[in-house]
Write a protein that binds this ligand. Structure first.
Ligand SMILES: C[S@@+](CC[C@H](N)C(=O)[O-])C[C@H]1O[C@@H](n2cnc3c(N)ncnc32)[C@H](O)[C@@H]1O
Length: 322
């Protein structure tokens, strides 16, 4: 395998990486205001909006071929999004935002690829947990599949997304259901059942940008639910590294990021060590657990790129198949 140009976790360079990291998180705020996006506290997930903006910026700023072809990310955020991203070039090309953008688009691309493989295994339902402004169900490549699709999200964020879809004139496909659930308060099983989800049918679950905001117990409630689905069912998700995986510099960097996340009311509550997590998933009954390491991500999506995109070492991906 080639050398992966990530900021190494066990290195003092991590400190400057995270020092850079703190600033652009704050900068999102002012960019949102410029974009005319709704920032009223409590109305919708602040990070759902930020992630959508990263996918939109990738369409505008990064080299072809894109890691993720997602023109709807721009449409959904509003007509002048491209113009505003281009006017914000210096900030968008800061180390932190380039790393965050790379992971945001790569994890969605990884889900696209895993879902394509799952369709070959006769998976018939697709559940997007904590969907935010994910555009997968509205993209032509997915609309063509007879795949019963369920977008699950917090009621406040989902209401906001439905308004955004309406404003952007994006049609809701007939195979898509919106399921409003607060993961900390309501059971996924009940919410899905009420929306016509069939627990006897092999299903694919994507869970991006969510596990870290939940308690570990709540994360494992969802893993347990998926582990009881029929064989061939899959969950693909991202997670952040536990303290045990970080050295002093990484811990210091994490503390810096954590302060900013807490300030915005979306602290990271669950973090994991990949080996232990894979072991726990196998113990739940998943037959195949795949840790998609940063080395694998580099080989598959990044090494031939001409724009020098690279990864944030805290962010990790894993898939588990029943
Ligand atoms: C960082 S966003 C990620 C959105 C989307 N998956 C993406 O990749 O763009 C986190 C998402 O998790 C949802 N979320 C956070 N806490 C939640 C909870 N307790 N119940 C339901 N959804 C929650 C938010 O509403 C938001 O849509």
């Amino acid at each position: 395998m080639g050398t992966v140009p990530i900021t190494p976790i066990r290195s003092v360079e991590t400190v400057s990486f995270y020092a850079d990291a703190a600033l652009p998180i704050i900068c999102y705020n002012s960019l949102y205001k410029e974009l005319g996006l709704d920032m009223e506290p409590g109305k919708h997930s602040y990070m759902a909006e930020g992630t959508a903006l990263l996918r939109a910026a990738h369409q505008v700023l990064d080299a072809d071929p894109k890691i993720l072809e997602d023109p709807l990310a721009l449409t959904l955020l509003g007509a002048n999004t491209q113009e505003l991203v281009e006017a914000d070039l210096e900030r968008q090309q800061s180390v932190y935002l380039r790393n965050a953008r790379t992971f945001a688009v790569m994890r969605s691309r990884y889900v696209d690829d895993e879902l394509s493989a799952a369709l070959e295994r006769e998976v018939k339902q697709y559940v997007i947990l904590g969907a935010g402004l994910d555009t997968t169900p509205y993209r032509a490549s997915h609309a063509s599949h007879e795949l019963a699709t369920f977008e699950v999200d917090h009621p406040d964020t989902q209401r906001w997304k439905l308004e955004k879809l309406d404003q952007a004139g994006i049609r809701i496909p007939a195979n898509l259901r919106h399921v409003a659930i607060d993961f900390e308060e309501q059971s996924l099983a009940e919410g899905l059942a009420a929306s016509g989800f069939d627990t006897d049918v092999p299903s694919f679950f994507s869970w991006l940008g969510v596990t870290y905001y939940l308690t570990p117990d709540s994360v494992f409630d969802t893993f347990r639910f998926v582990s009881k689905m029929p064989p061939a069912s899959q969950i693909t998700f991202d997670f952040t590294l536990a303290d045990s995986e970080l050295d002093a510099a990484g811990l210091e960097g994490y503390a810096m990021v954590a302060r900013h996340l807490e300030k915005h009311g979306e602290p990271w509550l669950a973090r994991f060590a990949p080996g232990k997590l894979a072991e726990d998933l196998r113990a739940l009954g998943f037959g195949e657990v795949s840790y998609f390491s940063q080395e694998m991500a580099w080989e598959r999506y990044l090494k031939d790129r001409t724009d020098g995109l690279s990864l944030n070492p805290m962010m990790q991906l894993m898939s588990a198949i029943v």
